[in-house]
Design a protein around this ligand. Structure first.
Ligand SMILES: Nc1ncnc2c1ncn2[C@@H]1O[C@H](COP(=O)(O)OP(=O)(O)OP(=O)(O)O)[C@@H](O)[C@H]1O
Length: 266
C-alpha cells in the first residue's frame, strides 16, 4: 500500500476559482518526493489538503489517501487520528508550529505524552532525547527556553523534533530551510536527510529550489499553475527537462550555481 495516494485532487476557492487542478501523485513507504514549482503554483495547498488543513471556504474534490485513510471529506476525529501518527509537517516558518508563550520543552512533551502516554521523569528524558536527536546543544537549556529565546535555526530544529515525536510514516517539509541563512540551511538539510534515512520515513519535500530538492529526494514532481507538468527522477529532470517551465527552472538553478562557482574562485 502506498503511504500517499493523491488522485485528481482539485482545490477551489469559495467563489469557484481553481487553485489545484486534478493533481495526482503516489508515494511508496520510505520514498522521498520533491514537489517543486514557483510561488503560487499550489504546492502548499496540496500539502495542507493531504493533512486536511485547508482554510475554511475552500472546497476539495478527488481523493487523497494517507496510509489508507481517505482525507477528502474526513471528519475531524479521523483527521486527529492520522495527523502526527501517519504524517507530520514542518513549515517554512517554525513559529507557525510553536506557541510563543510556552516553553520549548512543554511543547515537545505534549505530543510525546498524548501519543506515547509518557509521564514524569520518563517524559522529561524523552523530551531531552528528542532535542538531542535533532542535534541541539544544551538540550536542558533549550527545553526551558521560550521560542523567542533561541535562534531561527534552533527553532526549526525544535519544530522538526515535534514533527518526529510521533514517528510519522510521512514527513511533509514545506520549504523548511527557506527562512534560514545558507550555512544553517545546509546543516538543516543534512540533518533532515540523516534523520529520515535512519527512520526509513517517506518525505514530501516542498521547495521552489531545485538544488535544495535534489539534496533530499530522488524523484520530483513539477507544478505550475496548480497542475503537475512533469515528474521523474531528479537527476533525469536536471539533465533533460522536457517541459519549457522545467527547463527554465533548471536553467535558473544552473545560473545561480555558476555565479556561486565564479564567486568562490575569486
Ligand atoms: N486562503 C487562500 N484564499 C485564496 N487563495 C489562496 C489562499 N491560499 C492560497 N491561495 C492561492 O492559491 C494559489 C496556490 O497557493 P500555494 O500557497 O499553494 O502556492 P505555493 O506553490 O505553495 O507558493 P509558495 O512557494 O509561495 O508558498 C496561489 O495563487 C495563492 O494565491
Amino acid at each position: 500500500m502506498n503511504i500517499l495516494d493523491v488522485r485528481d485532487l482539485t482545490i477551489r476557492t469559495a467563489d469557484g476559482r481553481i487553485l489545484v487542478d486534478r493533481l495526482s501523485l503516489a508515494m511508496a513507504p520510505g520514498e522521498r518526493l520533491g514537489l517543486i514549482g514557483e510561488s503560487g503554483s499550489g504546492k502548499s495547498l496540496t500539502t495542507l489538503a493531504v493533512l486536511g488543513l485547508l482554510p475554511d471556504g475552500m472546497t476539495v474534490t478527488g481523493s487523497a489517501e494517507l496510509a489508507g485513510t481517505q482525507i477528502v471529506g474526513a471528519s475531524e476525529k479521523q483527521l486527529t487520528g492520522v495527523r502526527g501518527q501517519d504524517a507530520a509537517i514542518v513549515f517554512q516558518e517554525p513559529l507557525t508550529a510553536l506557541d510563543p508563550l510556552m516553553r520549548v520543552g512543554r511543547q515537545i512533551a505534549e505530543p510525546l505524552s498524548r501519543r506515547r502516554g509518557l509521564k514524569g521523569a520518563e517524559l522529561k528524558r524523552a523530551v531531552v532525547a528528542a532535542l538531542e536527536q535533532v542535534r541541539l546543544p544544551e538540550p536542558d537549556r533549550i527545553a526551558r527556553a521560550f521560542p523567542h529565546e533561541i535562534s531561527g535555526g534552533q527553532r526549526q530544529r525544535v519544530a522538526l523534533a515535534m514533527a518526529l515525536a510521533c514517528e510519522p510514516k510521512l514527513l511533509i517539509a514545506d520549504e523548511p530551510t527557506t527562512a534560514l541563512d545558507v550555512t544553517v540551511q545546509s546543516d538543516m538539510l543534512d540533518l533532515l536527510d540523516t534523520l529520515v534515512r535512519e527512520r526509513d520515513m517517506a518525505v514530501l519535500f516542498v521547495s521552489h529550489d531545485l538544488a535544495v530538492v535534489a539534496r533530499v529526494t530522488e524523484r520530483v514532481l513539477v507544478m505550475k499553475d496548480g497542475r503537475a507538468v512533469e515528474e521523474g527522477d531528479v537527476r533525469e529532470i536536471v539533465r533533460t527537462p522536457r517541459e519549457e517551465y522545467t527547463k527554465a527552472l533548471v536553467e535558473s538553478a544552473r545560473q545561480l550555481e555558476s555565479a556561486l562557482d565564479l564567486r568562490s574562485t575569486r
